[in-house]
Design a protein around this ligand. Structure first.
Ligand code: CAA
Length: 377
């Protein structure tokens, strides 16, 4: 059985800020943020948006009536969960109109959990060949105003359907995983913001890459990779990762395509590696069916994995590339002052101000989240 990604889409919020303007406002040299960090824009959300509204906006583009009937598992990967108990995928199932004979769960391990969700989905489909699994990676990254992590924030979601006989990418079943118990980035349940030991996190991102890459090469020396995607906390770090493991010029060229979207969105944690994959597939002019793409997943704490995916012939026909580019281009630019107000407001302080959003968080009443779906925009 060939199992893999049959459909994939994204959402990147409807607002962004300019990183150049952020640097000027913070009194930082513009070149540090644009070149030293390697980011140009950052997607931001307002209080009417959360990981569930972002996930809905990504998934609605790929879930059709056949999927509504056949999806029997929804896995929501996130590290910016809105509830310690109820899985975000239950809300999503409801608003997407997916049948009730469907299992809904949420997974956590920092930015790694979307990769774990794909592993879980693969195992599920291998036991249930007609099953379709919706995998979501949705996050809002917030470090706080004037922190060193601020420039690496972002917001967005990736939705993928895993099935037998996929039309976009097949799993090569070659994953190598690695875990070490460290405190490089973490968010205790009592804290709104993550704590991060920035330099240490960078060191371990690269150190764990070295661990999984060496072992991957020993175990799978015959798999030729035509491109490599990385977890992208910020594009400069992914570039360092690439330079540490290869000097292949073609792979370097594909890498430019793989960071195009991430430069404009920022770190979307669990979805960051898969945003990079979408960016690569949307912008490459050379990758074709049969080519293998290496994938480096890293989640602080820390779990890392290196694996590969094989492109299916004709994959571009099943990607809505115009839509992805439109979603990036149609975002509204907000000023740094506006971002400071809307991004850091209390999440419980939700007004009925939908700003034309198709799906939004309307209110929180009796500690229950109330969403509204505006049909037929
Ligand atoms: N022109 C060009 N480059 C410049 C420059 C200028 N004028 N001024 C500085 N730079 C360069 C620096 O030389 C440096 O380059 P190198 O990385 O090659 O050394 C780069 O800009 C960044 O400068 P600093 O290291 O001084 O930056 P900083 O101290 O402000 O913090 C950071 C950088 C630690 C990454 C910080 O943004 C941070 O804490 N980010 C959040 C944590 C993070 O993203 N960690 C990544 C690994 S953990 C992970 O992957 C999980 C996850 O998603 C969070």
């Amino acid at each position: 059985m060939k199992i893999g990604i049959d459909k994939i889409s994204m959402d990147v919020s409807n607002k962004y800020i300019s990183i150049e303007e952020l640097a000027l406002k913070r009194g930082v040299e513009v070149a540090k943020f644009l070149k030293g960090i390697g980011q140009n824009q950052m997607s931001v959300v307002s209080k009417n948006q959360d990981i569930i509204t972002l996930a809905y906006m990504a998934a609605k583009d790929i879930v059709d009536d056949f999927d509504r009937e056949h999806i029997d598992l929804i896995i929501f990967a996130t590290e910016s969960s809105v509830d310690e108990s109820k899985a975000a995928s239950i809300y999503l199932k409801n608003y997407l109109g997916i049948n009730d004979y469907c299992k809904c769960i949420e997974m956590k391990q920092a930015c790694f959990s979307a990769t774990a969700a794909l592993d879980f989905a693969k195992a599920h489909v291998s036991m249930n060949e007609n099953s379709r699994v919706l995998v979501i990676a949705s996050d809002i990254s917030r470090y706080g105003i004037n922190t060193s992590g601020e420039v690496t924030q972002g917001a967005g979601a990736i939705a993928m359907i895993v099935s037998n006989g996929p039309r976009i990418l097949e799993f090569n079943n070659d994953e190598v995983a690695y875990t070490e118990d460290i405190m490089d980035f973490w968010r205790p349940t009592y804290s709104k913001y993550a704590f991060v030991d920035g330099k240490f996190s960078v060191e371990r991102y690269l150190g764990c890459l070295d661990k999984v890459w060496q072992r991957y090469r020993q175990k799978h020396s015959l798999i030729e990779l035509k491109a490599i995607c990385f977890h992208v906390p910020y594009t400069k770090l992914a570039r360092k990762g690439l330079e540490n493991i290869t000097v292949n010029e073609n792979i370097m060229e594909e890498f430019i395509h793989s960071i195009n979207f991430n430069k404009r969105v920022g770190n979307i944690y669990t979805g960051s590696l898969y945003l990079s994959l979408l960016s690569l597939l949307s912008n490459t002019e050379t990758l074709k069916g049969g080519d293998n793409i290496g994938m480096y997943s890293y989640g602080s704490g820390a779990v890392a994995e290196f694996y590969s995916l094989k492109l299916v012939k004709g994959y571009k026909e099943y990607l809505n590339i115009d839509l992805f580019k439109e979603k990036l281009d149609l975002r509204k630019k907000v000023s740094i002052e506006e971002y400071e107000t809307i991004f850091f407001e209390e999440s419980t302080d939700v007004e009925n101000n939908s700003e034309g959003l198709e799906f939004y968080l309307k209110n929180i009443l009796d500690h229950k989240r109330i969403y509204e779906l505006r049909k037929e925009q």
